[in-house]
Design a protein around this ligand. Structure first.
Ligand code: ZN
Length: 237
């Protein structure tokens, strides 16, 4: 059997150790104590989380270096004869988290045969910032379903290229990268589609008879026309 006196001594030592530890953490942990190790671990963990977040942002979001759009990647296949487009109709998705796939699902639920727009520009949430994605309507040179179903909207659906920017531009302005990409895309289309011009860039709200504020109060279509004219005038651009 253990000596009861020795047991008491051990207990007393243990208590003394506990008191010493409590005092040392109360008086600010000197280097090497468990408290400072914990702080260092938490800091290292925070740094790791920040690094992973930053890398993700670099790869998928704002930091992704965008290569200039080329007609080769945008041109419809030769068998799809170019429609005699008359307008570029700008829209917003009125949401921050959409993509071609999610809009396609939504428009199919309405009974349409797929996404109503011809081209979509991402905002860096579920589609990379400034990424331009042509849809089946553009690739097959099909008429759009974006300018309204009425008589007045019909010519804009048949001959208007529907470009949708993911975003909610009644609440926040488009990211400058996304705005620049829109101007780049419009300029490229105007260069290759002879029936288009900067003056023929309109907002969805400009379609006669439409009671909509799409593409949102904070997307300035006149500024887009200005940026497009600058690009068209730029040498070699
Ligand atoms: Zn619209």
């Amino acid at each position: 059997m253990e000596n009861p006196e020795k047991f008491k001594d051990n207990l007393a030592n243990g208590e003394r150790i506990s008191v010493f530890q409590a005092e040392s953490s109360a008086s600010g942990s000197p280097p090497g104590t468990p408290g400072s190790q914990r702080t260092a671990l938490i800091l290292a963990l925070c740094a790791l989380i920040a690094l992973v977040g930053w890398l993700g942002w670099q790869v998928y979001g704002r930091g992704t270096p965008l290569t200039p759009l080329t007609w080769e990647e945008l041109a419809p296949p030769p068998e799809a004869a170019m429609r005699p487009w008359t307008h570029l109709v700008i829209h917003h998705s009125d949401s921050r988290k959409d993509s071609v796939a999610s809009i396609d699902r939504w428009h199919r639920q309405k009974g349409w045969d797929g996404i109503g727009y011809h081209l979509v520009i991402g905002n860096g949430v579920n589609m990379g910032l400034g990424i331009v994605e042509p849809t089946f309507r553009w690739r097959n040179q099909r008429e759009g379903a974006h300018a309204g179903g009425g008589e007045q909207g019909r010519p804009y659906n048949q001959l208007g290229i529907g470009i949708c920017l993911i975003g909610k531009f009644n609440e926040e302005a488009p990211d400058p990268v996304q705005e620049a990409r829109l101007a780049e895309l419009c300029a490229l289309l105007i260069r290759h589609v002879p029936t288009l011009s900067a003056a023929r860039i309109i907002g969805h709200r400009d379609v006669p008879g439409k009671g909509t504020d799409c593409p949102g109060q904070l997307l300035d279509v006149e500024r887009i026309r200005y940026l497009v004219r600058q690009r068209l005038a730029g040498a070699g651009d």
